[in-house]
Write a protein that binds this ligand. Sequence first.
Ligand SMILES: [Zn+2]
Length: 102
Amino acid sequence: MAYNADPTTAALLEKLEWNPMSVKDYVLSDGLLFHQGHILVVTDPDIQHEILLQCHDTLAAGHFGIQKTFKLMSQTYEWPKLRSFVKEYVSTCDTCLWNKTS
Ligand SMILES: [Zn+2]
C-alpha cells in the first residue's frame, strides 16, 4: 500500500513511527495501516478498484447489490467516500446490468 504517496496517510505513518501512542485508533501492522480494525486504503482509484473487484466480482462474492457489497467492504476496508465508490461501481457493473435485464 503506497501510504507515502497520500499526504493524509503519510502524515499518519510518520506520527506512528515516532510515537505509536500519539495516534488514537490507528495501528501499523505488516506495512498496513489499520483504523479501528479496518485496513486503511490509500486514495488511489486503481487500488480501490482492484479491492472492489475482489469483493464484488469473484465467484465467492457473486455480484451482490450495493448495500451488501458496501457492508462487506466496510467490514475490512476503509477509505473516504467508500460508499459512493461502491455505488458507482456496482451500478455500472456489466454483469449486474446483464443479470437485471435477462
Ligand atoms: Zn456485478
